[in-house]
Design a protein around this ligand. Structure first.
Ligand code: ADP
Ligand code: MN
Ligand code: MN
Ligand code: MN
Length: 334
C-alpha cells in the first residue's frame, strides 16, 4: 500500500518566514525523493520563473497519520540544485562540517504562546488575567490553558522519534516551552523545525494557533525566547571551564552580528527586564538569568559542561543561530 509523505519547508515570507507543507503519496518501499513547488506563492520566486526544488534532509515517522506515513523536512534549492537564498541550512551544514572535529552540540528551549480570537489562550476578552506569578510550571483550574495541546504535541514528538527532552508552562498565561536536544548542527535545526510544524498542526485541531512572536503582549508580561544551550567537546571534557569562558569571550566580541540574527523584533524582548539582558549590552555569569549568556550552576560546580545563550528569540531560525555560535566559538578556539 502507498504511504503519505508530508514535505515540510521554510518559505520566503518577510520579516519572519512561515512553515509550508504538502502531501505526496509514495509507493510502498520507495524513499521520499526530490520534489518541487510553486515559489511564486511562497515569496520564493516570481511567477514567470516559479519552480523551486525540495530536497529531503530529515525524515521521521508521521505520528498524526497512519503507520508508515512520514514527515519529510526539506531544504529549498533552485532548479540548478544550488541553495535558494532562503535556504539557511546549507550554510549551517557547511560550518558544521568545517568544525566537525570540535563536536558542537545544541539544546534549544523553544518558548511559544497559544493564541485564540486575537489574544493569548485563556485571557479574558477585556482586560488582563491575574498578574504573572502562578503560571510558570503551574498547575490547576483555569490557570493553565493549553495543556491538552501540549500533551498531544509532546506525545507526537516522542512518536516521531524527535529528541524532545521536556516541557513546562511559562511565566505568562498561555505561554509554554519544550526543549529539543542534545544534537549537532544542522540536525538540531531539522528537528526543531519539525517539532514546530507538529505544534502548529496539532493546535489547528483545537482552533488555536501557536505563535513564536517574541513579545506577544507589550507591557509587564514576559516575552518568548529560545535559549540556546551550546557546548563543544573541549567544554564537556574535564577542565572544560577554560573553553567555556573562552567561548563566552568570543561570543562577546560579536554582539551585533549575533543579536541581529537572533530573530525579528529582538529589541522588543531584550529590554533588560523580564529575565533578559539589554540587547546592546553583553554579559555572562553563573546562574545569572539577567545575563546575556548564563553558565548553569551545575556547570560551574563541575567546571565543565555548556553555556546558555539566553538572547535568541522564540522566532529565531535554529539553522542561523547554531551556525553563528559554532562559527564564532570554534573559529576563536582554532
Ligand atoms: P533552564 O530552563 O533551566 O534553562 P532547561 O531544562 O529548559 O533549563 O534546558 C536545558 C537545556 O540544556 C536542554 O535543552 C539541554 O539539551 C541543554 N544541554 C544540556 N547539556 C548540554 C550540553 N552538554 N551541550 C549543549 N546543551 C546542553
Ligand atoms: Mn527552560
Ligand atoms: Mn523558559
Ligand atoms: Mn533556559
Amino acid at each position: 500500500m502507498p504511504y503519505q509523505a508530508e514535505y515540510i519547508w521554510i518559505d520566503g515570507t518577510k520579516p519572519s518566514p512561515l512553515i509550508r507543507s504538502k502531501t505526496k503519496i509514495i509507493e510502498n518501499g520507495k524513499e521520499p525523493g526530490i520534489w518541487g513547488f510553486d515559489g511564486s506563492s511562497t515569496n520564493q520566486a516570481v511567477g514567470s520563473d516559479s519552480d523551486c526544488v525540495l530536497r529531503p534532509v530529515f525524515t521521521c515517522p508521521d505520528p498524526l497519520r497512519r503507520p508508515g506515513d512520514k514527515l519529510v523536512m526539506c531544504e529549498v534549492l533552485l532548479t540548478d540544485f544550488t541553495p535558494h537564498e532562503t535556504n539557511t541550512r546549507a550554510a549551517c551544514a557547511a560550518v558544521a562540517e568545517k568544525y566537525a572535529s570540535a563536536e558542537p552540540w545544541f539544546g534549544i528551549e523553544q518558548e511559544y504562546t497559544f493564541m485564540k480570537d486575537g489574544r493569548p489562550l485563556g485571557w479574558p476578552e477585556n482586560g488582563y488575567p491575574a498578574p504573572q506569578g502562578p503560571y510558570y510550571c503551574g498547575v490547576g483550574g483555569d490557570k493553565m490553558p493549553g495543556r491538552e495541546i501540549v500533551e498531544r504535541h509532546t506525545a507526537a514528538c516522542i512518536d516521531a522519534g524527535l529528541a524532545i527532552e521536556g516541557t513546562n508552562a511559562e511565566v505568562m498565561m498561555g505561554q509554554w516551552e519544550f526543549q529539543i536536544g542534545i544534537l549537532p548542527p544542522p540536525l538540531i535545526g531539522d528537528q526543531l523545525w519539525v517539532a514546530r510544524w507538529l505544534l502548529f498542526r496539532i493546535a489547528e485541531d483545537f482552533g488555536v494557533y501557536a505563535t513564536l512572536e517574541p513579545k506577544p503582549i507589550l507591557g509587564d508580561w514576559n516575552g518568548a525566547g529560545a535559549h540556546t544551550n551550546f557546548s563543544t567537546k573541549a567544554m564537556r571534557e574535564d577542565g572544560g571551564w577554560d573553553a567555556i569562558i573562552a567561548g563566552c569571550e568570543a561570543i562577546g566580541q560579536k554582539v551585533g552580528e549575533h543579536v541581529s540574527n537572533y530573530g525579528v523584533g529582538i529589541e522588543s524582548r531584550l529590554t533588560g527586564a523580564h529575565e533578559t539582558a539589554h540587547y546592546s549590552k553583553f554579559s555572562y555569569g553563573t546562574s545569572d538569568r539577567g545575563a546575556s549568556v548564563r553558565i548553569p550552576w551545575g556547570v560551574a560546580r563541575d567546571k565543565k559542561g555548556w553555556l546558555e545563550d539566553r538572547r535568541p528569540n522564540a522566532n529565531m531560525d535554529p539553522y542561523v543561530v547554531s551556525r553563528l555560535l559554532t562559527e564564532t566559538v570554534c573559529s576563536a578556539a582554532s
